[in-house]
Design a protein around this ligand. Structure first.
Ligand code: PMP
Length: 460
């Protein structure tokens, strides 16, 4: 049903887009002959495009962002009220919403005490890298500057965070990269590097230790990991992994940074993904779900111990964290984030995420009994992946064009789903699902029914 008013001048808008908008990640050639998709309105889990077509969005705004769903008037009102009162002042001064949200956020993260505001996931991660480099200079005689990142993880689009991308094609043609970034192996048991072993989790963590010993522990300041790898394949680390990772960080005095840009604020059914695994991080970064896309805000949270390392030395003008994020001072961000968190609490969305996530996994497993092309189903909360393989024995990935055909077929049925990132060198064969935390049983079933139909159409 077409519920929204379509703009009268839609051809004019489409031509303006075609002529002037440079879209993310897209090759634009097809847009010369096909119309770009322009969304006009969203409500709850549903979107309407400029032609009036309705879609069920299983991706929370394409990149796992709109956790509380579209059309939240109470967030719009909170932002409006804030903007007319005070829209901005640089974060060298405080704001009421900034202070209140920091306190609220910290109340969900035992052990952490400080929040640094910026406005994108990449930027929040860059802050950690800069803090670690400064700590190395000030407290380790310049050593401990290296940053470890994991194969298949992703941390952002700036040159610094690209240097920490475990998806090598992302870096291609953007070099040279800054030095001091070192990769550790992935932890996807389905594609075990060590054959079929009982203690894959521990073994995958030991692989990190091997890199540390090779590089020299006194040169390494940070281990940066996604709690559940997102675009790299929806990888939930295996049992035993996180405990061992924590031990390794303590043993070699390496700070642990958990990138919660995707998992943060409810996605896995806990406030933060790391809270599923009993980890004690030194840094947690978050962005997408913090304000569900109603305002641009990201946060770098850390401990009092780290904060104290930047304590003012009156004799030394270089002692504090000499960083600024202009738009970290936009007060709409924390105002939206406070209301976003209230909604998650008052509507019981963490519980709903666990229940609907279990249903999504069960439905996908059910599909895998009927479709041999599904080699592996995995996920945490409302964040799930189904890896498509040409052969369950060899686990050979299906070709990318067939993955894209499944996605296109779902879209033709009015359901938006995605896949792992194209920069994974032939391993971009995992269907990705991250519906909003408000999803109902009907929504979940509609998503998996569409996938079932698409798999039958594409693979028979
Ligand atoms: N970290 C992770 C895990 C992400 O998935 C992303 C974005 N997809 C980022 C960081 C970068 O966030 P942004 O695009 O807001 O800079």
């Amino acid at each position: 049903m077409n519920m929204v008013q379509q703009p009268n001048d839609i051809r004019d808008i489409i031509e303006a887009d075609r002529a002037h908008v440079w879209h993310h990640l897209l090759q634009h050639k097809p847009l010369e002959t096909n119309d770009p998709r322009i969304f006009v309105e969203g409500r709850g889990m549903r979107l309407w495009d400029a032609t009036g077509r309705e879609f069920l969005d299983a991706l929370s705004g394409g990149v796992w962002t709109v956790n509380v769903g579209f059309g939240r008037v109470s967030i719009a009102n909170a932002v409006r009220d804030q903007l007319v009162k005070l829209n901005y002042f640089a974060n060298s001064a405080g704001s009421i919403a900034g202070a209140e949200f920091a306190r609220k956020l910290i109340s969900k993260m035992p052990g952490l005490t400080r929040v640094y505001y910026s406005n994108s996931g990449s930027e929040a991660n860059e802050k950690v890298f800069k803090m670690v480099r400064q700590i190395a200079h000030r407290h380790h005689g310049g050593r401990k500057y290296k940053i470890l990142y994991r194969e298949r993880d992703y941390h952002g689009t700036t040159i610094g965070t690209l240097a920490a991308a475990g998806q090598p094609q992302r870096r291609e043609q953007y070099g040279p990269m800054p030095p001091g970034f070192v990769e550790v192996p992935h932890c996807l048991e389905y594609r075990s590097q060590y054959g079929a072993i009982d203690n894959y989790g521990e073994r995958a963590a030991e692989a990190i230790e091997e890199v540390i010993l090779r590089e020299g522990p006194d040169t390494i300041g940070l281990l940066c990991l996604e709690p559940v790898t997102a675009g790299g394949g929806v990888i939930v680390p295996p049992a035993g992994y996180w405990q061992k990772v924590g031990e390794i960080c303590r043993k070699y005095d390496i700070l642990l940074h958990i990138d919660e840009v995707v998992c943060g604020v409810g996605r896995t059914g806990m406030w933060f993904g790391y809270q599923n695994f009993g980890i004690e991080p030194d840094f947690v970064t978050m962005a997408k779900g913090v304000a569900s896309g109603y305002a641009a805000i990201s946060c770098t949270a850390t401990t009092e111990k780290i904060f104290d390392l930047f304590k003012d030395d009156p004799e030394d003008p270089m002692s504090h964290f000499r960083d600024i994020s202009t738009f970290g001072g936009c007060v709409a961000g924390p105002a939206a984030a406070l209301e976003n968190m209230r909604i998650i609490e008052d509507e019981g969305l963490l519980d709903n995420t666990l229940q609907m996530g279990a249903r999504l996994i069960a439905n996908l497993e059910d599909l895998s009994e009927r479709h041999a092309v599904i080699g592996n189903v995995r996920g945490a909360g409302l964040f799930c992946g189904a890896e498509l393989v040409a052969d369950r024995q060899t686990k050979e990935p299906v070709p990318e064009k067939l993955v894209q055909a499944v996605i296109a077929n779902c879209a033709a049925q009015g359901v938006l789903i995605g896949a792992t990132n194209r920069s994974l060198h032939g391993l971009n064969n995992t269907l990705c699902l991250a519906p909003a935390l408000i999803a109902t049983e009907q929504d979940i079933d509609q998503i998996t029914d569409a996938i079932g139909t698409a798999l039958t159409t594409v693979f028979g």
